[in-house]
Design a protein around this ligand. Structure first.
Ligand SMILES: [Mg+2]
Length: 430
């Protein structure tokens, strides 16, 4: 099995640049939530010597002197980019393990070295074209090797951002002669010191040692490391689908809302948006929670807050089913006489669409009128004509509850194509 580690370059800074391509070549830093510290730097900012984690006041003058664009972090947008990158990677790989917001391990069937290099370049290009995010890719026989290869790709421009660990053993050993044991993935101070005290200073020392001997002084972790560096995989790429654990859509009303009609429209609108999010990520949900809130800062008004769950018969991404369920839940918790400030829906019990067992005709209950094709058409039309062009009548026409505060839709990339379905997974059948 061939493995790979895909890692987004300067992820947050790259997201800002993807949102505004005019920033290409311009140094960028992103600051932490309260604009306190530098949490991301573009390559140009790194070259200016701006340190990671530096308080902004310490680097402000450098930034101003060099025209560094400074951004407050926008984690909602970064999360969105992360999901897009992962969706593209998922299409290209047989297995995918999302390791962090900007890193994923991929698994492929074995293939010749030259093919691996081509595949790597193709994946990198696909992510760039569809998301505007540059990635580095390290490909090799084990996760420890992938991590090394990724570092190498990142730090050596001649690789074009993709490095395949040499298949020839001699070449691998040569590579490891330039790597200190402490620089191997998962080697902390303790393990590093133990390896060194047994004469293993370079990764090549570890690769030529007898793994069972390493185990005697460095435990199972050391033994596995020795095996991984020999190209024997001990850590699998877990196929953890890119599953969001929950989806929340809620908003404060533009004006105080009291009657059930307005609330129903708001809840239906939120449910429709939540269903859209599901479909964007190829997910399905089986439970929807409706939340109602009065204004807790107005203690002069009667207070009421309620959460009500409605469990569906099957997993679905169909807006009509989710809206109907949300409406039923709302009707159970609605109390007249209160002034509502906020309403929302929350989807839980989420699975990837392709892991959900379809119901065979005649077995179980197939929800009335669920036609996935219809939702695809709705998504396509809204994509072409603008958000909300086609929507359910239950979301209302006046929508006065939205008030002034209705937010514009989030910025999308003009060149970003929507991720296609998981069609290409079949390509890698062994
Ligand atoms: Mg990264």
């Amino acid at each position: 099995m061939l493995r790979a580690l895909a890692d987004c370059n300067n992820f947050y800074a790259s997201c800002e640049r993807a949102l505004n391509p005019a920033l290409r070549g311009v140094p960028i830093v992103v600051l932490s939530n309260n604009d306190g510290c530098v949490i991301a730097r573009s390559a140009e900012s790194k070259a200016l010597g701006i340190p990671m984690g530096a308080p902004y006041f310490q680097v402000r003058r450098v930034c101003e002197a060099h025209g560094v664009k400074v951004f407050s972090s926008n984690f909602a947008a970064y999360g969105d980019f992360s999901a897009r990158v992962m969706a593209v990677l998922q299409e290209q790989a047989r297995d995918l393990e999302v390791y962090s917001v900007d890193e994923a391990f991929l698994g492929f069937p074995d293939m010749p070295e030259a093919d691996a290099a081509l595949l790597g370049q193709r994946i990198k290009a696909a992510v760039w074209e569809q998301t505007g995010i540059p990635i580095s890719l390290g490909m090799g026989p084990t996760k420890v090797w992938c991590k090394l290869a990724n570092e190498y790709a990142k730090n050596h421009p001649h690789t074009g951002g993709v490095f395949v660990v040499p298949y020839a053993e001699a070449a691998r050993l040569e590579f490891l002669k330039h790597v200190a044991v402490e620089d191997l993935w998962g080697v902390g101070e303790g393990l590093g010191a133990r390896l060194r005290s047994h004469g293993m200073v370079l990764a090549s020392d570890l690769a030529t040692a007898d793994p069972s001997y390493v185990r005697k002084f460095a435990g199972v972790v050391g033994e596995r490391l020795a095996l991984e560096i020999r190209g024997i995989s001990c850590y699998e790429v877990d196929e953890k689908p890119v599953t969001r654990q929950s989806i929340l859509v809620s908003r404060s009303f533009g004006r105080p809302v009291q009657d059930l009609t307005d609330l129903t429209e708001a809840i239906a609108t939120h449910a429709m948006r939540a269903a859209e999010k599901l479909r964007e990520d190829h997910l399905m949900a089986k439970a929807i929670v409706v939340m109602l809130r009065t204004n807790r800062h107005r203690q002069d008004q009667a207070q009421y807050r309620a959460d009500e769950v409605e469990v569906l018969e099957t997993y679905t991404d169909d807006a009509r089913l989710l809206c109907a369920a949300a409406t039923r839940a709302l009707e159970r918790i609605y109390r007249p006489g209160f002034i509502y400030k906020k309403a929302g829906v929350y989807l839980s019990d989420i699975q990837t669409a392709h892991t959900v067992q379809p119901i065979l005709p005649g077995l179980g209950t197939t929800p009335e009128g669920t036609r996935p094709g219809l939702m695809k058409v709705v998504d396509r039309l809204n994509e072409m004509l603008g958000p909300d062009t086609i929507r359910l009548a239950s979301t209302g026409f006046e929508r006065s509850w939205k008030g002034q505060s209705a937010q514009p839709s989030k910025a999308t990339l003009p060149w970003a194509k929507p991720a296609a379905g998981p069609k290409s997974r079949l390509r890698f059948h062994e």
